[in-house]
Design a protein around this ligand. Structure first.
Ligand SMILES: [Zn+2]
Length: 135
């Protein structure tokens, strides 16, 4: 299902990596060509990294877009996998613009973090992005 220009943001669970400079980024940033840093106080806009880029992510037939999960359990599974190779943080994210629903979640055009889980451990990231930190 595609929700074009969803008027109400979708809230979902997401996993981010974070860099030594204290910025959130895609958990696969640096692995699959290019880094995708989330700029504080700016909507993150998805781009297509496919060889034949579709230009306008999310494309229903690609896997592009900002990925997020419907359940915390699914986000935790992904966080445990990717967390073996790099530090990650879990939280909630707001998605808007074009939002494509997938089996486990969504792929969105625009996104911004809403809450970061991890309490004091993620406090510096929450401050940089102006969002809440929860245990
Ligand atoms: Zn694409």
């Amino acid at each position: 299902m595609i929700v074009p220009d969803s008027p109400v943001p979708v809230e979902a669970y997401r996993v981010w990596g974070y860099g030594p400079d204290g910025h959130l980024e895609s958990p696969t940033s640096g692995f699959c060509g290019g880094t995708t840093v989330w700029t504080p106080y700016e909507a993150f806009r998805a781009s297509c990294l496919a060889k034949s880029s579709c230009g306008e992510a999310p494309n229903p037939v690609h896997s592009c877009g900002v990925h997020a999960y419907k359940t915390l359990a699914d986000a935790l599974i992904w966080a445990r996998k990717i967390g073996r190779v790099r530090p990650v943080v879990i939280g909630t994210v707001r998605l808007w613009g074009t939002v494509v629903e997938t089996r486990a979640g969504w792929r969105a055009q625009y996104a911004y973090p809403h809450t970061l889980y991890g309490g004091r451990r993620v406090g510096h990231l929450a401050t940089v992005y102006g969002v809440a930190a929860r245990d």
